[in-house]
Design a binder for this molecule. Structure first.
Ligand code: ADP
Ligand code: MG
Length: 396
């Protein structure tokens, strides 16, 4: 897709203005504790800039998929505390989105975070008129709209898309940076260009594989999705994750790759175990002989080494999706070896996807070791699939 030129933060007079800021604060939580605050950190530069301009900032964001219900475990309250710590400024939290309480909070504070916008059923509604009612409420809080929630720009939601039509608007620093990186990946990328895909489901990534097939030099496939590829080749995959309904689609892809002369790298060895658990005993087997009673939980060491070798020769690399169940140390090696190889790329290396970003941090890598760690999974993938991003189009 083509991307419109986006108005920058600096192009708008923000002094003394009230700003509605859409952020992506959708961080992983475990028992109410934030396990990776990457997305909150990524939101800071824009908020700091707005404050430095003397603007009053009303932040709107979502967490998970409450589908219009006030699910307490998806409250943004713990996130407002972390945001205040990182900013070093007070953040007023409004437990309602629309109503007298939020109006009062907005009048009182320099930075206000509104409760999970997806508690409002209108946020994600397919009915434009319904979304517009909420968008108008949000717009009434501010003079200007700044869009910085990159992880949600592929959604036609009230706080992402509709509100941009109601207020003067611009892209925040994060959205601008993410779009710059996506342009580098799509507009004449430096070659060789390698893409590594993993993660749980083929269905999430099939569109991207299909669209990138004739654009890349190397395409390596790991993670849970690799087993649908092995199954398509007629191999025994035991109890591994598989999406049987996609086997015909995968077969078409493999045939098209062959016609195009594009080499899809598939694993030659697999780390298997009896159960999906942290202490299940790992065994390395050939990709041709996965025992019927076992499941594949990581790519094997030979595969990891050959993926790493191919990646390290590339000048542009995009990686989305862990190579195995990295959450369990016994099955994290493939992800670690691939991550390491990205740090050696002499051109640009991009890590995309919520779990992939969390994985590299959990495995001890520093953000600076990569060219760029994207905050958006779905948004980047949809862009690379060639789809339009409504939240970006709306900023034109
Ligand atoms: P991202 O959020 O980076 O886009 P995904 O959400 O697609 O990544 O996938 C991440 C998940 O995939 C991880 O939780 C990981 O445990 C899982 N995964 C990777 N390999 C396997 C496998 N072989 N079997 C089951 N799950 C896997
Ligand atoms: Mg994920």
């Amino acid at each position: 897709m083509s991307i419109p030129a986006l108005a920058t933060l600096e192009s708008i007079d923000l002094r003394g203005k009230r700003v509605l800021l859409r952020c992506d604060l959708n961080v992983p939580l475990k028992d109410g504790v934030i396990t990776d605050d990457g997305r909150i950190r990524a939101s800071l530069p824009t908020i700091k800039y707005l404050l430095a301009q003397g603007a009053a900032v009303v932040v709107t964001a979502h967490l998970g998929r409450p589908k219009g219900e006030r699910k307490p475990e998806l409250s943004l309250a713990p996130i407002s505390i972390r945001l205040a710590e990182l900013l070093g400024t007070e953040v007023a939290f409004s437990s309602e989105i629309v109503g007298s309480q939020s109006a009062k909070a907005i009048q009182g504070g320099q930075v206000v975070l509104l409760e999970n916008i997806r508690y409002e059923v209108a946020e994600t509604s397919k009915d434009e008129a319904e979304r517009l009612v909420l968008a108008k409420e949000l717009a009434s809080y501010a003079d200007v709209f700044i869009s910085d929630g990159f992880g949600a720009v592929h959604r036609k939601h009230a706080s992402v898309y509709d509100v941009a039509k109601l207020l003067p608007h611009a892209a925040g620093y994060l959205v601008a940076a993410e779009i710059e990186v996506l342009k580098k990946l799509t507009q004449a990328p430096e070659r060789p260009y390698g893409v590594v895909l993993g993660g749980a489901k083929v269905s999430d990534k099939i569109g991207v594989i299909s669209n990138l097939l004739d654009k890349v030099n190397v395409l390596a496939i790991g993670g849970g999705m690799l087993f649908t590829f092995l199954a398509a080749q007629g191999k025994e995959i035991g109890k591994s994750l598989v999406e049987t309904d996609l086997i015909p689609t995968v077969n078409e892809l493999l045939a098209r790759a062959e016609q195009l002369g594009v080499k899809i790298l598939l694993p030659t060895d697999i780390v298997v175990a009896k159960e999906f658990s942290a202490d299940s005993t790992p065994t390395i087997v050939s990709a041709d002989s996965i025992p019927a009673d076992q499941m594949g939980l990581d790519i094997g060491p030979d595969t990891a080494a050959s993926f790493a070798e191919a990646i390290s020769q590339c000048k542009t690399v995009f990686w989305n999706g862990p190579m195995g169940v990295f959450e369990f140390p016994n099955f994290a090696n493939g992800t670690k070896v691939v991550a390491k190889s990205l740090t050696t790329v002499s051109g640009i290396s991009v890590v995309g996807g919520g779990d992939s970003a969390a994985a590299v941090r959990k495995l001890g890598f520093k953000d600076e070791e990569f060219g760029y760690i994207s905050t958006g999974g779905g948004a980047s993938l949809e862009y690379l699939e060639g789809k339009e991003l409504p939240g970006i189009i709306a900023l034109a």
